[in-house]
Design a protein around this ligand. Structure first.
Ligand code: HEC
Length: 98
């Protein structure tokens, strides 16, 4: 199951956009327990992904900033244990949820 998700994540990060990428992102967010603190549409422990996407709309730095935040735990309460490819998929997914 885990290797399946990794394959999905890798495939997803290679696509620029599209349904496969969104699905891989959603699956990965679940697998990485993001959804324990986040929801796509509602505020939980952390902000709704939809609100994050709205906040960073049109911001070209968003992907790099959020990737660093998650990777290093700067501006995010937890350090996220994920590969760079997984982080890319996660961040692109979050930013796509508007
Ligand atoms: C332990 C709870 C928790 C977990 C698990 C968690 N988050 Fe968060 N996240 C938060 C909180 C709280 C904030 C708000 C931080 C703030 O605004 O200071 C946040 C903020 C964010 C933001 C917005 C940062 C910004 O600059 O606006 C993103 C994107 C995000 N989380 C993504 C993720 C992803 C992706 C995962 C899974 C890999 C994840 N989070 C797992 C609690 C969590």
């Amino acid at each position: 199951m885990k290797s399946m998700l990794l394959v999905l994540a890798a495939a997803g990060s290679m696509l620029v956009a599209g349904a496969a990428n969104a699905q891989a992102g959603a699956d990965l967010a679940k697998a990485k327990n993001c959804m324990g603190c986040h929801d796509v549409a509602a505020k939980k422990v952390g902000p709704a992904f939809k609100d994050v996407a709205a906040k960073y709309k049109g911001n070209k730095e968003a992907e790099a900033k959020l990737t660093t935040a998650l990777k290093e735990g700067k501006g995010h309460p937890t350090k996220v244990a994920a590969t760079d490819a997984e982080l890319k998929t996660l961040v692109q997914y979050v930013l796509s949820t508007k």
